[in-house]
Every structure is written in C-alpha cells, then in structure tokens.
Design a protein around this ligand. Structure first.
Ligand code: UD1
Length: 423
C-alpha cells in the first residue's frame, strides 16, 4: 500500500494546472450508456474512480478506451447492453457506481445495481434515487443487497413531477439521465445546483436531449426517442482547485493556478480571503493566490452549491489549525465527516467535536507523525496539515487520495513541497 512521506515547512511557489473534475467525469461516462453511438470525453482525470467506472462500463459490455495520457480522449461506445448490472465489488469501492442505474433502466428497461452499503463518512442512502425512478413508473425491488429496477414493459419510463425531499447531487444526475429517454415531460424540483449537474446536462444536450434549467433548482426535461454520440470537455475540478488554494493559504507562498474556473470556487475564495489569503481572479481560467503570514480564524458551514462544499471541509480544518483564534466548522451535509480531526489532533491540533460542529483553536504547532487517511477528502486535509507540520509525516492509505486527485504529489512537489510516494 502506498504512503506519502511529507516534510513540512516549505512555502509553495510556482504554477500548477487543475485537472478535469472527477465528479463531472463520472456522470459523463455513465451518460454514454444512453446511446449506441460513440461518446468522446476530454479532460477526464486519470484517477482511480475513473478506472473503476471504466471497469464498470466494460462489465456492462461497453467498449471503453481510456488512454494513459490525460490529453487523450476517453471514448465509450455501448452498442448493446447485455449485462445491465453494477456488481458489489465495484460499487463497494465507489459509491458513484449508482450513476449507471438511471441510464440502464431508461435505455434497456432493466437494471441491477448493488446497494452501496456503509461508507466511512456516513450512511449515504440512495432512497431518493429510487423514489424518483418509481415516480417515473419503474418497479423497484431491493433484495440480496441489490436494487432491481424494471421500467413498464409498455412504453418504458414516463415523465413525472419529482420534488426531491433533500438535495442530492448524484440523485439529480441519475434521474436527469433517466428522464432524457422517458416518455413525455419530467419536471424536477429541489435539484442540486452543482456545476457538475450543469456540465452533465450540457453533454446530454449535445447527445440530443431536451433539457432546460440544469444548474438551477428546477430542471425540465422533454424525453426523446433516442440519443446520439457527442464530444465533450468536462469542467475543471473545483475541489482540486480549492485544495490547492488552501495548500497555499496554509503554507504561505504564492501560486498561479491555471485551467481553473473561479466562478465554481466562489464560496471557497470568499472564505479563504476572510482568513487573510489574497486571491486574484482577474485573468480568466487562472487564480493567483498568496498566503498571508498568519491566517485569521473564520467560521464555516458546509452547504450545497453554491455554498461552501463539504468536500473542502477537511482541507479547511487543516488551515483552521493554523489560524490565530477559534474557528467553528459546522458540517451539515454528511454525519460523521470529522474522521480527520482525530488524526490532526495526533499531530498537535486543538479540535473539539460537538456533534456536527468542530471547534478548532489555533494556531497549533503541528508535528509530523504517522497518520491514516480514512476517505478521499480527509486524506487531502491530512496532506495539507503535513505541509505545515514540523518534521516528517507519513500519510498511510493514500489509495483514498488516488481515487480523486490526479498526481497530487507531483503537483505539490513541483510547487516546492517536500512530498514523495513510497510503495
Ligand atoms: C456527491 C459528490 C460528493 C459530495 C456530495 C455532496 C459525486 C460523485 N460525489 O455525492 O463528492 O461530497 O455530492 O456535495 O458527485 N441522501 C439521502 N438519500 C439519497 C441521496 C442522498 O438521504 O437518496 C443524503 C446523503 O446521505 C447526504 C445528502 O443527501 O446526507 C447529500 O448527498 P448527495 O448529494 O446525494 O451526495 P452524493 O451525490 O453521493
């Protein structure tokens, strides 16, 4: 199992490019199941979750090409689907596998997808995906740990009026994909407004779908008989962008972040600015960030987009340990998403967890030790803490970080960080 060995104390300087968004790439790949034509996707990050989605689509009998070089387009063609199933082995390692549910029932009338089960950061059910598909006429049974969905034999899925009880990103994406091939109009309310949803809709529209309102809370879809092939470039990864911004804010230094989309990280920019980082978004696609010598404390509450992302909470906590005063971090999206706090405490941080709130008192003098990554974003938080810790930190189980960050250690070391991977 790979580890990162990090020696803290270096300011970051230089230029770094952001990769494509993993969370936009995954639904885009699933969308390729909706057509028998070829879908070519650009800017797909070469991370482990993408390889997992590739394996899943291959299992479904799609022809998937993922060239090693990130510049190469990922090409997917699903002429026939003879195996509409997402097996437990794959869903277990990547919850987003559930994204094939909507496209499979819509295209073939049948899908069998393993229930995701427990997850380090909370229960994370898929009940809202299921309820919405039921409203579209699907008969759904959950047995033996699998969701089995069947569209009506006559006419397939039909348009429906769906109001999500709770905002769900992959739920919105799943149902949006299913609605493109349903009979009639689907009206979706209380949708996730994440840029990844809008990006998926942009791809679907290129494939021939009729969608209005994606990126807002209300999406209207007029079902069509069939979808065709398309070519699409996915948006930059806003969480990677935010992670790099926080890395500079925590270490001091000055970095240009290119191939980014500033509008997608507005809440992060605003919070980091409050802590004293100077962030300039003058040049389109580029963010220039300069860390202050001493961060100021600032409270933060995670929210759905356009609020402060839960996927940036661990990285922000690392920064809060260095702020001069108390920062209260409130997590509203996932229960049990403070697993990184105990590891940061072992490094010398002063963090008290009270239910959904973490009270972080800084500045703490962090010291390097062996820490364990528990999930994707928690690992990023630990890497950031290690960048300012005195001495050497060994971050174990970096396969979590490899799920979603493309060559993060190369990017950070090019900026001057002392970080290396050991196998
Ligand atoms: C997506 C992101 C993930 C991010 C999360 C929240 C992808 C691949 N992953 O995950 O990185 O952390 O959004 O921004 O895009 N819920 C239910 N029932 C459901 C679905 C969700 O109760 O059927 C709850 C969840 O437990 C959670 C909340 O709704 O408390 C939000 O979850 P959701 O937006 O669905 O997260 P994901 O789409 O899984």
């Amino acid at each position: 199992m790979d580890k990162f060995v990090i020696t803290g104390g270096k300011r970051l300087e230089g230029t770094v490019a952001v990769s494509g968004a993993k969370n936009a790439a995954l639904p885009a790949m699933a969308a390729a199941l909706l057509t028998d034509q070829r879908v070519a996707l650009h800017n797909i990050p070469r991370v482990r979750d993408i390889a997992t989605m590739g394996r899943l689509l291959t299992h479904i009998q799609a022809d998937v090409e993922i060239p090693e070089a990130a510049e190469g387009a990922v090409r997917i063609r699903t002429e026939k689907i003879s195996h509409a199933e997402a097996p437990y082995e794959l869903v277990r390692t990547m919850r987003a596998s559930v994204l094939v549910l909507g496209p499979l029932v819509a295209r073939t009338g049948y899908a069998r997808v393993s229930l995701p089960g427990g997850c380090a950061i909370g229960a994370r059910p898929v009940d809202l995906h299921i309820k919405a598909l039921e409203l579209m006429g699907a008969k759904i049974e959950t047995e033996h740990g699998y969701i089995e969905a069947r569209a009506p034999a006559e006419g397939g899925l039909r348009g429906a009026h769906i109001v999500f009880e709770k905002i769900t990103v992959t739920g919105t994406e799943n149902v949006l994909m299913a609605a493109t091939l349903a009979n009639g109009e689907t009206l979706l309310e209380n949708c996730a407004r994440e840029p990844e949803v809008a990006d998926l809709a942009a791809l679907l529209v290129k494939m021939g779908a009729r969608i209005e309102g994606a990126g807002t809370a209300t999406i209207r879809v007029e079902g069509v008989g069939r979808l065709g092939g398309a070519e699409h470039r996915v948006i930059p990864d806003r969480i990677e962008t935010g992670t790099l911004l926080a890395a500079v804010a925590i270490t001091g230094g000055k970095v240009r972040i290119t191939r980014a989309e500033a509008a997608h990280v507005a809440a992060v920019i605003s919070k980091l600015s409050e802590t004293g980082a100077a962030i300039d978004t003058f040049e389109p696609g580029t963010l220039c960030v300069e860390g202050s010598g001493q961060a100021a404390p600032a409270d933060v509450t995670t929210q759905e987009y356009p609020g402060f992302p839960t996927d940036m909470q661990a990285q922000y906590m690392a920064l809060a340990t260095q702020a001069d005063g108390t920062s209260v971090i409130t997590e509203t999206i996932f229960e049990n998403r403070f697993l990184h706090a105990s590891e940061m405490t072992r490094m010398g941080a002063d963090i008290a967890i009270e239910g959904r709130r973490a009270v972080v008192r800084g500045p703490s003098r962090l010291t390097g030790t062996a820490v364990m990554a528990s999930d994707l974003r928690a690992s990023a938080g630990l890497v950031l803490a290690a960048l300012v810790a005195r001495g050497e930190t060994v971050v174990d189980r970096v396969y979590h970080i490899d799920r979603g960050y493309e060559r993060i250690e190369e990017k950070l070391s090019k900026l001057g960080a002392r970080i290396r991977r050991v196998s």
